[in-house]
Design a protein around this ligand. Sequence first.
Ligand SMILES: Nc1ncnc2c1ncn2[C@@H]1O[C@H](COP(=O)(O)OP(=O)(O)OP(=O)(O)O)[C@@H](O)[C@H]1O
Ligand code: SF4
Ligand SMILES: [Mg+2]
Length: 340
Amino acid sequence: MADTLVEKQTLLQVENLKLYFPLYRGLILQRVTGHVRAIDGVSFSIERGQTLGLVGESGSGKTSVARALVRLYKPTEGRIYFDGKDLATLEGEALRNMRQRIQMIFQDPYASLNPRFTIASLIAEPMVIYRYGSKQEIQDRVLELLRVVGLRPEYADRYPHEFSGGQRQRIAIARALAIQPEVVIADEPVSALDVSVRAQVLNLLRQLQRQFSLTYLFISHDLSVVRHFADRIAVMYLGKIVELADRDELYAVPRHPYTKALLSAVPIPDPKVEKRRSRIILSGDLPSPINIPSGCRFHTRCPMAQEICRKEEPRFEPKGNGTHYAACHFSDKVSGTEDA
Ligand SMILES: Nc1ncnc2c1ncn2[C@@H]1O[C@H](COP(=O)(O)OP(=O)(O)OP(=O)(O)O)[C@@H](O)[C@H]1O
Ligand code: SF4
Ligand SMILES: [Mg+2]
């Protein structure tokens, strides 16, 4: 978490990012017949040492954002400034150099660790690829990393199947940290884990953030997890960020009906408060990113939709205090007194 005495510094800045996957028809002469608009104009920034939470339901485009940031996908449009350089357009050696400063942790620690390699070689692999040091230095660092993530160095020669889900995620974290990245993108890092070990892995991520001054993009569909983890939160809907605010502000005064609906589904530990709350159930499913609704893309499911919402796309703009952004024509009516 950021120290208020330290001057804030933007480390990662994303501007109007788009990622469209073409749809083809025809077996031989393939024609492009449309696009899956997985990311459809996303802008945000993350300060050094801070955590941005990215939330939204399945299919909203969260993983696509993560993959575009580490350039597993080349963006269709937009800019990704990292430490002043545009990652969206870098190629070759320059891309490789920047890439090692951003690492990713995936949701499924079973799928992300190759079962044929020992955990020592899995953790060492990025160091070998990026020529981190001599063989001995790499070996020493593997043992150190195991300790850092709370695993015993004696485990180094074991295989992934010998570990539990939580331990595997620790191994994946050690691997991500091996080449000393500045930014870690964690895509649903605890969703596949037993509830009993989730808190331990989250605590580890938090401790590592302090220890190594890491900047996080933390992706989750679970607002109760993000609440305890993020400094700022971005809410994504159908390829766009519809609301972005400081964590406490977002929970206290949501400015977008979609955020309000998501928040209404988060259980509150106080039974009295829980009893008074009403849950907002959204009608219908997430529309297809191939045919995005006109105007406000949320209008087909929005309980507050009016005529203008079908026609005019609301701008994503500052609301209230200047650090709170939302894209809704009626953002000032979203939080009634019962939510404030
Ligand atoms: N390689 C691809 N080709 C075509 N469409 C894709 C591809 N990857 C993702 N999509 C589509 O892009 C949209 C966004 O997917 P994405 O995986 O980014 O969502 P998500 O928010 O991470 O969802 P989840 O919570 O289920 O992980 C979905 O409609 C998905 O089907
Ligand atoms: S612009 Fe209209 S449809 Fe969109 S979120 Fe606001 S009220 Fe709902
Ligand atoms: Mg995903």
